[in-house]
Write a protein of this length. Sequence first.
Length: 89
Amino acid sequence: MPTIQFTPQLRRFIAVPEVRSEARTLRSALEDAFAGNPLLRGYVLDDQGALRANVVVFIDGERCHERVRLDQALQPASTVYVLQALSGG
């Protein structure tokens, strides 16, 4: 069962526990995470449903470059990391 993990930076602002999902695509896995915490959606997706510019997703160590459809396939043992970029100096 795929696992979705969120960066500690996001956890500073909102509860984002590790999520286990039977989803077969990235978008479906994210929707499962949002179902558990609807406020999380606004931190990860923009108002058009695409990844926010400051969010990066890795699936099994590979960066996802498709930011709109989010239709990347997940395997039963996949690990998805959702990271929010930090800025500042």
